[in-house]
Ligand binder design. Structure first.
Ligand code: MEV
Length: 353
């Protein structure tokens, strides 16, 4: 009797018709990974200082299907990629559409390490805009690599997944600490150090966090390079700023554990001052940050690379509503997110799209 695969109706390889049903029969998987929000320690983390990051409940889903074409086919309409085709081992270079680069590089790295033994079609769908700075490239990289490991039945630990994902990000953009990959892989809230990587999970359930989007898309790689340039000229000063950031992150970790919102707010404000001194603040961010503080937020700072993207504020009730209104009046868009979301996972119930 010939068993037919569920996707294309074609016959399954003989080895898959011998009664060993389940994972071995699968021709497709859906995997999702969360976006992230940096709470403390951005930029310092690029220089091996710690940071605190949380995974957000807005996810990127990837659908990966095994095909007989021998090619990689990508459909990622959320980043403007429609029906892009490349060889499995293709290098992501300047000729590759921007939105496809992380996927092409991830497939190449998986192929080199474990082998991709067929063609694959990859479709992506995102619950958040790639403009927000929630780490869509990292989330898609992690999700694609996880999906390939599931599809080709390669057992990889989270540490290995991190290593392969980090290689992929460096191949494409050359810079980055990998904190966003850690959030996408492990989920929850983490104190992360790039040297290691060291992952220390934290519980921030109930933290009264507000997120405001400036409307300006930041270019992380160029902001990281700008800080590197500053460090070339003022190494002594910038390294001391990073050291203070490291102390600050440690104090923030303790304040999170103690659920001490007043201290966390004060530490956010100090962190913002340090980031400003590195030159990554912007007028749009400042407008929202000052509006939040003036409306009674316990503290406010930029989140991520700076230059735009999002700011965060802390404000327990009853002031929360005033702070939210102030951010909106200052031109910000409120993003309702829940922090501490689960890391990368298979979504067996998700329908392909
Ligand atoms: C960007 O979201 C955070 C930075 O620290 C860069 C990185 O850690 O990769 C600026």
């Amino acid at each position: 009797m010939l068993i037919h695969s569920r996707i294309d109706g074609g016959p399954l390889p003989e080895a898959m018709q011998n009664g060993w049903t389940g994972a071995a029969l699968e021709n497709r998987v859906v995997v999702s990974a969360p976006g992230k929000l940096m709470l403390f320690g951005e930029h310092g983390v690029v220089y091996q200082r710690p940071c605190i990051v949380t995974a957000v409940d807005q996810r990127i889903r990837v659908y990966v299907e095994r095909t007989g074409t021998g090619f990689l086919r990508i459909e990622a309409p959320n980043v403007g990629v429609n029906e892009y085709e490349a060889g499995i081992g293709s290098v992501a270079d300047s000729g590759t559409p921007k939105g496809a680069r992380f996927i092409v590089a991830a497939v190449r790295n998986f192929d080199r390490r474990y082998g991709v033994r067929s063609g694959v079609t990859i479709r992506t769908k995102s619950e958040f805009s790639s403009e927000f700075g929630f780490g869509s490239s990292s989330a898609v990289t992690v999700a694609v690599l996880k999906a390939l490991s599931e599809l080709f039945e390669v057992r990889i630990s989270n540490d290995e997944l991190f290593g392969l994902s980090y290689r992929t990000v460096l191949d494409v953009q050359a810079v980055g600490s990998g904190f966003d990959l850690a959030a996408a892989i492990w989920g929850g809230t983490l104190c992360f150090r790039s040297a290691g990587p060291k992952i220390d999970p934290l519980d921030i359930e109930g933290l009264p966090l507000i997120v405001g989007y400036t409307g300006v898309k930041a270019d992380t790689a160029s902001l990281v390079r700008a800080v590197a340039d500053l460090r070339t000229r003022y190494k002594n000063l910038t390294d001391r700023i990073f050291d203070i950031m490291a102390d600050l992150v440690e104090q923030a970790r303790e304040a999170l554990v103690a659920r001490d919102v007043d201290s966390l707010g004060a530490l956010m404000n100090i962190n913002q001052g340090l980031l400003d001194s590195l030159g990554v603040n912007s007028l749009e961010l400042s407008r929202l940050i000052y509006a939040a503080r003036e409306a009674g937020a316990t503290g406010a700072k930029l989140s991520g690379a700076g230059g735009g993207d999002c700011m965060i504020a802390l404000s327990p009730e009853p002031r929360r509503q005033f702070v939210e209104e102030a951010i909106e009046s200052a031109g910000g868009k409120l993003l309702g997110i829940r922090a501490g979301a689960p890391g990368v996972q298979r979504d067996p119930d998700s329908e392909p799209w």
